[in-house]
Structure formats: structure tokens, C-alpha cells
Design a protein around this ligand. Structure first.
Ligand code: OOB
Length: 561
């Protein structure tokens, strides 16, 4: 039955560090796991076997199309075989069960091949975004104790091979760098595949499949441990809600590593259903509309600023967008006015999605009335998603009032990976995740996102942890103190503003120099402050902490550049 590198084994397998939930992160108590299995949510599937089964059922159907740069296709059989050969090659280089591998690839077929190869081995991809730079990648590699790092050669003018060389100096455990393209001094990904020989133990459904990144509220992103069982359930649930089936052609517009385009319902959901994934190299309307026409795309997912661009461009395009059936919009608050314009402009249905890499995903439903679709952020996927809306002392607020959203359920983690301290504050004692979002529930049970209590800036879906950027700016020799806050923005929803107090004795830098300083430290471009303002003091709260609210309202009532 089983061909190639994978075989079922009944031998007891010792659990390498990081692989078994509960070893490096808290997991679901057995009574909950039992309940989720009994309810049919957790079905004992794994990603490796899922692809194997799809390839057996419809080997010659196209699974994936990319443009790197010419149009390339992969059938289900080809994707399955590529994953096997790559898994065998990785295994030959000593990568195995439980090993972490930081994957930073653009929207290409290699992304899917590498990820499925790692799934087959039971190695854990750590999903970096293409925008991440030295600071983030060094942290992911060092903190996850990654043994390998997978990159493109040059992307948008940035040489990832040089980045990898620098990262290797600070992450000594990193044994291998694999490059999709010209390897420079590293190893070419194309040299890795080899004939699958022998058998490898198959990962177990309850074990970790990968580590996803959190948006972050503290200095650095936390790693989110997701299992085969829990993630596959969220795919199945998402597919059902969104109507994903074998005829779906899903365009991956956002970075494929992000949880939204990966699983809501995303490219993994589409492969689960036997549909076709089309990897979009760039998210702009010109590129994307051409692919919608050419590939007869039926579904995609966008963050609100992109949805705005698409809505504005659609009436003027000469491209035929009539194949589009459904556009999901989420990642940040989508304004009601913008939401009202999408369906008429694009000639398709709108679904709002309010999700998080930690788990819980809410969708408006296709049969919701139009007002609900434009004014709410939807209902949870699962009847077993538990939702609590509480005040500052964790007491439930009366129905319809807003409060902090807490959640627990069959695909929401019980703790971050190797972060016991942080977990004590990010989760309640009985295992509810504190989302940091302020929501209210309508009479129909739909959630409306009213705001945010966590210290995070949501820049059009891209999350910025103020503390991370403040720490960098504080290292500037002329800076005495700094506070990064969100200011409202018509396009992005929020932009970042750094309030900087300079040292009295220093040569004063310009705002542009502060931005250049942050950029030179090597962080994702979306984290570089949009605006810098020099101030003499910060407004303070009663207890002497910097009042971010004071800074935000001061910012709203005056001009900045
Ligand atoms: C998605 O995941 P993350 O992990 O990048 O960010 C989660 C946070 C939420 O806690 C919330 O603060 C915000 O992003 N958010 C929204 C939203 N969707 C996400 N805020 C307001 N309205 C929405 N519709 O962003 C994510 C993961 C899976 C699916 C969709 C989005």
C-alpha cells in the first residue's frame, strides 16, 4: 500500500524534543482530546497521508500552478512524488523527526514541496515570512534550535543567501541552508531530492506538524505549536463553510506561510479538497486580475487594504473576473463602507474572516443576510469552539456588551512553544486563550471586533509588536526614550508612529535617520515606523506608565510627518 519513504510502523518511537505536544508546550487535557475525537473533529489524519491519498485518488489532476517565473504545474502525483524525494534527501542529510527547519520561501511550488517533505519526515517547518530579516530569522533559528533554513536566492532585490550567511554566525545549530535557485555558497534545494529508499516512521496525528508565528505582543514572536489533528480539523471545517471542493481554484495572494492563506481555507484547504492552488507572485490587482482571468480563479483571501485596491481597480480592468465566486477578507478590521462595495465591484460573494494563528477562526456564512456579512466578523468554525467575553476581572459581561475575547476549542492551542512564563498570562488556568481582542456578540452569535487590548499594532493585517521596535530604537545613541503607537490610516487601518525623546547632550537625528537606523538593524520593512515625532515627554497614566492612549489621542489631534 505504502510506496516510498513512508510506512506505518507499530514500533514505539521515542519522542524527540518538540514533537510531542505536552513536552515543549501545554496540550489539551485527555478529557478534551477524547471529546474532540468522539465528536469526529480529530480523525487521526496526517498531512503526509492526506497528500498520499489525494494522489492515489486523482493522480493526474493539477494540484498547483506557480509562476517562477514561467507557468509551471504540478499534478497531485507530481507533488506527492516531489515530497517523497525531497523527504528522502532531507533524511539523508540527517534531518528527521522533531527537527525544526525554518522555511522562508515565496509563493512557489517549492514552498509546498518542502513543507510536505518535512511533514512526511515528522520534521517541523517554522513558517517565516519573506519580509523577515536578520533580527527575526536569527531569533527563529536560535530559539527553535533549527537544524536547517530554506530560502530563495534573491527576492525583490534582497539576497537571502547573504542573510543566511549572517544568521549562521549567530545560530551555530544551523547545519544546512537550502536555496531554491542559485545556491551561492550554500546547498541547492534541487540537489537534495533522491530516490526514496527504506522506510521512515510516520508521524502520529496528535503530534506537532509545524510551528506557526504569532503576531507578537512582546519583544519577539512566539512560536505556535499546531498538530496534524487540530489543523486538519480547521481545514475541513473551513472547506465546508466556504464551499471548497475539487472544482475550487484558489489564488494564494498573501504570503503562503501566513495562517490565513494557508488554512482559511487557503492552499492547504484546497489541496485537502482536491482542488487547484494557484500561487500568485505579487498581490497587486494588475498581476492578480490577469491570473484570475487566465486560471479561472474561483476563490481567494485578502487583507482589507488589498481588498480596497481590488475593489477600486475592478471597475476599470479589462480582465474577465467572472470566474470569481468568493473573496474572503480578514486579518484586520474591514470597514463596513469598504465591505459594502466589494460584491458589486468584483461580482462575487464576500466572506469576512476573523482568525488567529493560535487557532480560533470565525467566518460570516454564505447564507447570512447581507447586513450581517458587512457588519460582523462571523461565527466560529466549530460547535466546540468555546467563546467567553469578559471584563478586566475575567467576569462574563452581559449579552451584547463588549469585553475581552477568551477562547478554547479543538484547534486552539493551550500554550506557546517553550514559553511557560508567557503562557501563564496568555492563557487562563482552565486553558482559555486570551486573544487580546475586544469583541461583542450579536443576538445571532456573530462576533464584532470593536478593538484591541493587547499591545500590538495591526498594520493592514501585518502585526507589529511595539516593544520589539522600541527596543531597537532605544539602542540609537541619541535616543533617551521611545514609544511606538498606532495612528488611524484610511488605507492600512493603522500606521505606526514612534514618539522619541532625545538625549539632551546628543546631536539630534532626523526622523528619516531613525527609520534608517531601524531598517539597518534588519527587520521586516513593515515594522519600520511610518512616522517619527520628537517630543519632550510622554503623557503618563495614573500609575506612572507611559499612556499609549494619551499618545494616540495626541497624535490624532495634530499633524505628523
Ligand atoms: C490572522 O492571524 P494573526 O495571527 O496574524 O493575527 C490575529 C489577530 C487577531 O487576534 C485580531 O487582533 C486580528 O489579527 N484580526 C482581526 C481580523 N482578523 C484578524 N481584527 C479585526 N477583524 C478581523 N477580521 O490575522 C488570521 C488568521 C487566520 C485567518 C484570518 C486572519
Amino acid at each position: 500500500e505504502h510506496r516510498g519513504a513512508i510506512a506505518v510502523t507499530n514500533e514505539p518511537i521515542p519522542a524527540p524534543s518538540g514533537l510531542t505536544p505536552g513536552v515543549d508546550a501545554p496540550t489539551w487535557p485527555e478529557e478534551f482530546a477524547e471529546r474532540y475525537r468522539r465528536a469526529g473533529h480529530w480523525r487521526g489524519e496526517t498531512f503526509g497521508r492526506m497528500l498520499r491519498e489525494r494522489a492515489a485518488a486523482h493522480p493526474d489532476r493539477v494540484a498547483l500552478v506557480d509562476f517562477a517565473p514561467g507557468r509551471r504545474t504540478r499534478t497531485y502525483r507530481q507533488l506527492d512524488e516531489a515530497a517523497d524525494r525531497l523527504a528522502a534527501g532531507f533524511a539523508g542529510r540527517g534531518i528527521g523527526r522533531g527537527d525544526r527547519v525554518v522555511v522562508q520561501l515565496p509563493n512557489t511550488a517549492e514552498f509546498a514541496e518542502v513543507v510536505f517533505a518535512l511533514f512526511r519526515l515528522g520534521a517541523l517547518p517554522v513558517f517565516a515570512l519573506p519580509a523577515h530579516r536578520d533580527t527575526e530569522i536569527t531569533h527563529f533559528c536560535a530559539f527553535s534550535e533549527a537544524v536547517a533554513y530554506v530560502i530563495p536566492d534573491v527576492l525583490d532585490g534582497f539576497d537571502h543567501r547573504d542573510l543566511a550567511t549572517r544568521v549562521r554566525r549567530s545560530a551555530p545549530g544551523l547545519r544546512e541552508v537550502f536555496v531554491a535557485g542559485d545556491p551561492g555558497g550554500h546547498t541547492a534545494l534541487s540537489d537534495v531530492p533522491c530516490d526514496p529508499s527504506g522506510t521512515l516512521p510516520e508521524p502520529r496525528p496528535h503530534e506537532l506538524a509545524f510551528l506557526q508565528l504569532s503576531g507578537g505582543t512582546t519583544g519577539v514572536s512566539k512560536l505556535i505549536p499546531r498538530t496534524h489533528d487540530d489543523y486538519l480539523y480547521s481545514l475541513r471545517g473551513s472547506n465546508e463553510i466556504c464551499g471548497v471542493d475539487a472544482d475550487t481554484r484558489f489564488l494564494v495572494v498573501l504570503p503562503a506561510a501566513h495562517n490565513f492563506p494557508m488554512s482559511s481555507p487557503g492552499w492547504l484547504g484546497t489541496l485537502y479538497a482536491g482542488g487547484r492552488v494557484v500561487m500568485c507572485p505579487k498581490p497587486d490587482p494588475t498581476t492578480a486580475f490577469a491570473l484570475v482571468e487566465q486560471e479561472r480563479i474561483t476563490m481567494t483571501g485578502l487583507v482589507p487594504p488589498l481588498a480596497l485596491l481590488w475593489t477600486d481597480s475592478a471597475p476599470r480592468t479589462e480582465r474577465n473576473l467572472s470566474s470569481l465566486e468568493l473573496v474572503l477578507v480578514g486579518g484586520a478590521k474591514y470597514s463596513e463602507q469598504a465591505a459594502r462595495r466589494l460584491e458589486p465591484a468584483l461580482g462575487c460573494r464576500l466572506m469576512q474572516v476573523f482568525g488567529m494563528a493560535e487557532g480560533l477562526v470565525n467566518y460570516t456564512r454564505l447564507d447570512d443576510d447581507p447586513e450581517t456579512i458587512v457588519t460582523t466578523q462571523g461565527l466560529p468554525i466549530s460547535p466546540d469552539d468555546e467563546i467567553r467575553i469578559v471584563d478586566d476581572t475575567d467576569r462574563d459581561v452581559p449579552d451584547g456588551e463588549f469585553g475581552h475575547l477568551l477562547t478554547r476549542g479543538p484547534y486552539t492551542i493551550r500554550g506557546y512553544w517553550r514559553a511557560p512564563e508567557h503562557n501563564r498570562s496568555a492563557f487562563t488556568e482552565d486553558g482559555f486563550y486570551r486573544t487580546g481582542d475586544i469583541v461583542r456578540r450579536t443576538a445571532s452569535g456573530h462576533l464584532v471586533v470593536e478593538g484591541r487590548a493587547k499591545d500590538q499594532i495591526n498594520r493592514g493585517g501585518e502585526k507589529v509588536a511595539p516593544e520589539e521596535i522600541e527596543n531597537i530604537i532605544l539602542a540609537h545613541p541619541a535616543v533617551h526614550d521611545v514609544s511606538l503607537v498606532a495612528v488611524p490610516d484610511d488605507f492600512l487601518g493603522e500606521r505606526t508612529l514612534a514618539h522619541v525623546i532625545l538625549r539632551a547632550d546628543a546631536e539630534p537625528p532626523t526622523g528619516a535617520q531613525i527609520k534608517a537606523f531601524v531598517r539597518a538593524r534588519g527587520v521586516a520593512a513593515y515594522k519600520v515606523p511610518d512616522l517619527v515625532r520628537f517630543v519632550d515627554a510622554f503623557p503618563h497614566t495614573g500609575v506612572g506608565k507611559v499612556s499609549k492612549k494619551g499618545l494616540r489621542s495626541a497624535a490624532a489631534s495634530s499633524e505628523q510627518r
